[in-house]
Design a protein around this ligand. Sequence first.
Ligand SMILES: [Zn+2]
Length: 231
Amino acid sequence: MKKSLSLIIILVVATLSCKKTIESEQKAWEINIRRANQLSIEYPNFSQLIREQIDAAELIMNESSSITDEKAKISKMAEANVQIMKGFIRNLENIKSIKTDIRKKAIEARGLKALYNEMTMINHAISDSERTIMESDLKVKTAVNTCTEADALTGLILTDLKNAESNLDRAIAVIKDRESAEKAKIEETQKQLIDNTAAKEKAEAPVICKYCGTYNLASALTCKGCGASLK
Ligand SMILES: [Zn+2]
C-alpha cells in the first residue's frame, strides 16, 4: 500500500516536472533539428542518413499539424521528436559528450598524486582512454550506407568509449579511496592525540582540599595542609 502510494507520488511528480505541451514539443523539435543538422556537418559520412531520418521525422511532424485533439497532437509531435533523435543520431550525440567527459577525467587523473604502485594503473587508464578516443575518431569516419550500419557502428564506438571511461573512473576511485582512508587515519590520530593530552592534563590538575582549600599535587593521597584524605 505504502509502496504503491509512493509510486503514484513519483509518477505525479515526474508527469508535472516534464509535462508535455504543444509549445514544449515545438521547442524540442527546433532544438533537435538544429542538433541533427550540426551532426550532419560534423559527420559528413552520416549526412545522407541524417537527412533521411530528419525527413522521416518531418513526415510525422506534418501529420501532427492536421490533428485537432490537443493530446493526440502532442503525442504525435513527441513521436516526431523521438524519431529524429533515435539510433545513430542519439549515439553520435552521446559520443560527443562522453569524449568530453573522458578528457575531463583524464585531466583529473593526471592531477592525482598517485603512489608508485598506482602509477601503472592510472597511466594505463589515461593512455587507454586517449587511444580509444583516437580510434573512435577514425572509426566514426567509416562510410555508412544504411541506418542499421550506422546504428551498429556508433553503438560499438559508444561501448568502447564507455569502457574506457569506466576504466578511468575505477583508477581514479582507487587513488581517491586510498587518499580518503589516509586522511581519515590522520584525523583519527590527531583526535587521539588531543584526547590523550586532555586526559593527561586532567590527571595532572591539582587536587583542591575540600576541607582547607589547599592545592595538592594530583598524585597526593592526603592534603599537605590539613592531612585530610584527598581520595
Ligand atoms: Zn586540607
